[in-house]
Design a protein around this ligand. Structure first.
Ligand SMILES: [Fe+2]
Ligand SMILES: [Fe+2]
Length: 191
């Protein structure tokens, strides 16, 4: 699915079913961090007009997702709390090379993978959690995460040769799949 090389272990969905409050708190932080990443990208590359335009739209959309998650929490009397942390994203980010222009390419590709994995996990939640309203909520978010994944790939191919994008994407996809296989203890979105 969406280029991902491995599927999420169904036990993950079971963990989330047991701890919906933690999953929602973590989900809200994921949306906020996606908005922050979009702002950081447009801040770092102001001369790249297409990127600035896309990241502006993305930051607004991710914050609207953040607001929706906060509303779902409110309806369920769940209070917002500190970020439980996202090992998965941190380890993936550690693979971003520090020198330009590779840093831009890697940031776009890592972002595309995080969007793809979030999309895959939202699909599982839309099928497996008991709360009907939350199932519909996750189902409604699927399409936007898939679109974001495609948007990051489009930007990568706009600024870099396709062969370079495809070769690096393959490496990062393999790495992403290893990370996902080695996680599996938390009821968080990427846990
Ligand atoms: Fe989002
Ligand atoms: Fe997204």
């Amino acid at each position: 699915m969406l280029g991902l090389q491995s599927e999420t272990n169904p036990e993950w969905a079971e963990r989330v079913r047991q701890n919906i409050p933690l999953a929602l708190i973590d989900h809200a932080h994921c949306e906020k961090k996606a908005a922050l990443m979009a702002i950081s990208l447009l801040n770092r590359y102001p001369e790249k007009h297409e990127l600035v335009s896309e990241m502006t739209d993305l930051a607004v959309e991710e914050m609207s997702h953040f607001r929706m998650v906060i509303m779902k929490m409110k309806e369920r009397s769940i209070s917002f709390a500190r970020d439980p942390g996202d090992n998965y994203a941190q380890v993936l980010h550690s693979r971003i090379r520090s020198k330009e222009p590779q840093r831009l390419l890697d940031t776009l590709l890592v972002s595309s993978l995080i969007e793809a994995r979030s999309c895959e996990r939202f699909r599982l939640l839309s099928e497996l959690i008991r709360d009907n309203d939350l199932r519909q909520f996750y189902s409604s978010l699927l399409a936007s995460e898939a679109r974001h994944r495609n948007e990051f790939l489009r930007l990568a191919k706009l600024y870099f040769p396709h062969s370079e994008v495809n070769a690096r994407l393959k490496e990062l996809e393999e790495f992403e799949s290893e990370i996902v296989g080695s996680l599996g203890t938390e009821a968080t979105i990427h846990g």
